[in-house]
Design a protein around this ligand. Structure first.
Ligand code: ADP
Length: 178
């Protein structure tokens, strides 16, 4: 695990990694938040490719090219809308990380950046979401993976602090890079 999970603060669209993950919606036709930022930065080719994908179910993931982004690939995953916690939200969010990482593995991706899926418009509590994210990433990497680096990109200081603390709790301080 050493040095394979990093927490960074900033805009995911400028990350120099093989793939960035988009917190998309079921239509995959763009939206607000990180989805809008990714489509703006990637340019119209991304929307054109997304139109051909016929949407994406919650918890699943689909891959496209990155167009004008520094990242070669975008992995689009659809997080659950928070409805209080009894509508399978935790499991669906875990599936987003599992399926995105599996798709990265299939495409020989070595470095991948995630936003904090579902914690914006979809209102998933961030600390709870961060624990799921870090747990799933850790489990995936421990199974044996070619993925060398996973970056948790946090939008703002509060998100950064939450993710740093969760990584420390679940992985241990010695493994943190940023
Ligand atoms: P969702 O609908 O899955 O909640 P949002 O895009 O509304 O998706 O929010 C997901 C997370 O992404 C939020 O924590 C939000 O602050 C963050 N975010 C928004 N813009 C960016 C960006 N450019 N880079 C990284 N994270 C971002």
């Amino acid at each position: 695990m050493l040095n394979r999970i990093a927490v960074a603060e900033g805009d995911i669209t400028i990350q120099h990694v093989d793939a960035i993950v988009n917190a998309a919606n079921n239509a995959l036709l763009g939206g607000g938040g990180v989805d809008g930022a990714i489509h703006r930065a990637a340019g119209p080719g991304l929307l054109a490719e997304c139109r051909r994908l016929n949407g994406c179910a919650t918890g699943q993931a689909k891959i496209t090219s990155g167009y004008n982004l520094p990242a070669q690939w975008v992995i689009h995953t659809v997080g659950p809308i928070w409805q209080g916690g009894n509508q399978d939200e935790d499991n669906l969010l875990a599936q987003c990380y599992q399926n995105s990482l599996a798709l990265a593995e299939q495409n020989d991706i070595k470095s991948i950046a995630f936003p904090s899926i579902s914690t914006g418009v979809y209102s998933f509590p961030m600390e709870r979401a961060a624990k799921i994210a870090v747990t799933e990433i850790k489990q995936f990497l421990e199974k044996g993976s070619q993925i060398e680096r996973v970056v948790l990109v946090c939008f703002g200081q509060r998100a950064y602090n939450i993710h740093k603390a969760v990584v420390k709790e679940i992985i241990g301080a010695g493994d943190i890079t940023s």
